[in-house]
Design a binder for this molecule. Structure first.
Ligand SMILES: NC(=O)c1ccc[n+]([C@@H]2O[C@H](COP(=O)([O-])OP(=O)(O)OC[C@H]3O[C@@H](n4cnc5c(N)ncnc54)[C@H](O)[C@@H]3O)[C@@H](O)[C@H]2O)c1
Length: 346
């Protein structure tokens, strides 16, 4: 077992081990009052883990009720958000009660925003079940829902009370979904951890505990320094500006991690062609794409509707060495050269 403690505006632990689902209640009862609680999950995750988690909660003295959303990004919306608010009100959840977010990044973001909003904030325990949620979205307190106008446009910074990461959940992930998490892991390597990039030459499955702990520790350190995403935290957006464009243009049929992989490859081809092939090879070896059919013009258009723009300028994350990135604030017109290399050089 590994335990990583986050000490930002609020202190909380991330517990990492195999087989933690059956102990969720016990660990949660150490940090929140065992009382009424909402377990928010999606219909896929429900069939895998809901029974174990609710049994564990009951054993620890909690009184859980389930809220199940259809799986997929299209559920991260206002309609599901208000449905959750109403159910929690009908169930008479109080300010001292808890939301358990059991699922991937979609459930984590939606349930997190629900916990942040209901009665101006109730307790939140994240139980990530995808690799992406384990290494990234369950930690750091960003919660959000999407609008038709763009992803994550409504949300809050809201830290959980605890993150319980059962590595065994990764066993049932479809290959594509596992790969989405691999993209975020490669991202951590590229922004600040060349040694991690070396570890990724071997399959992630065999070194999962070490890799998850390493990634959340990096995120912890970055978030501790810049919780509100006005400075160094923006490094975590490596590849994400083109990625949000790719996701949007595809009507969200290209998943987040796949889009991030393409975005990282694009930025690296544009800035550091000398190690672009090495990164492309690594990305492809984890079952991820490195090219997009969308044109630079389409991508720039979509990227400019991205919320990370501030006034007439935008901050891009650019690779510097194989294992470090830098932030570069630039005028909108200046981003054009960084979006040109949508395909690999042949
Ligand atoms: N808050 C943050 O800091 C942050 C960071 C990165 C990404 N995100 C958000 O995360 C979302 C993507 O998250 P995701 O990739 O986890 O997608 P997801 O939550 O949609 O999960 C992907 C699919 O895997 C299924 N699934 C989940 N756990 C499973 C398991 N153990 N076994 C089998 N199937 C399982 C889900 O039902 C779903 O169909 C996006 O909305 C993105 O914006 C947020």
């Amino acid at each position: 077992m590994k335990r990583v403690t986050v000490t930002g505006s609020k202190e909380y632990d991330i517990i990492i081990d195999r087989g933690l689902m059956k102990d969720v209640g016990r660990y949660a009862a150490e940090v929140v009052n065992p009382g009424k609680c909402a377990v928010i999950t999606d219909d896929t995750v429900e069939s895998l883990f809901a029974e174990t988690v609710t049994e564990s909660l009951k054993t620890a003295g909690f009184d859980p009720f389930m809220i199940v959303i259809p799986h997929g990004e299209s559920s991260k919306n206002g309609e599901q958000f208000f449905r959750i608010m109403s159910i929690m009100a009908q169930q008479k959840l109080t300010r001292s009660d808890t939301v358990f977010a059991l699922g991937g990044g979609v459930v984590g973001d939606l349930a997190g925003f629900s916990a942040a909003s209901y009665m101006r904030g109730i307790h939140l325990v994240q139980i990530p079940t995808t690799l992406l949620a384990m290494v990234d979205s369950s930690v750091g307190g960003k919660t959000a829902i999407d609008l038709p106008e763009g992803k994550n446009l409504v949300g809050a910074f809201y830290q959980p009370d605890l993150v319980i990461c059962d590595l065994a959940a990764a066993d049932s992930l479809p290959e594509e979904v596992f790969a989405d998490g691999s993209a975020e892991i490669i991202k951590y390597g590229m922004i600040c951890d060349a040694e991690l990039l070396g570890m990724l030459k071997d399959p992630i499955e065999g070194q999962l505990e070490e890799i998850v702990a390493r990634c959340v520790s990096i995120k912890r350190d970055i978030v501790n320094e810049d919780e509100r995403d006005t400075g160094i935290r923006q490094l975590l957006n490596f590849g994400h500006t083109p990625a949000h464009g790719i996701e949007k243009l595809s009507g969200y049929t290209i998943p987040h991690g796949h889009a991030v992989a393409i975005g990282m490859a694009m930025m690296t081809r544009a800035c550091r062609p000398e190690f672009a092939q090495k990164l492309e090879k690594l990305i492809r070896s984890h079952g991820l794409p490195i090219e997009t059919e969308f044109s630079p013009e389409q991508l720039i258009d979509a990227a400019l509707s991205d919320k990370k723009r501030t006034g007439g300028s935008i901050t891009l994350v650019l690779p510097d060495t194989y294992g470090t990135c830098i932030l570069k604030k630039m005028q909108i017109e200046e981003i054009v050269p960084y979006f040109q290399k949508t395909k690999r050089e042949v």
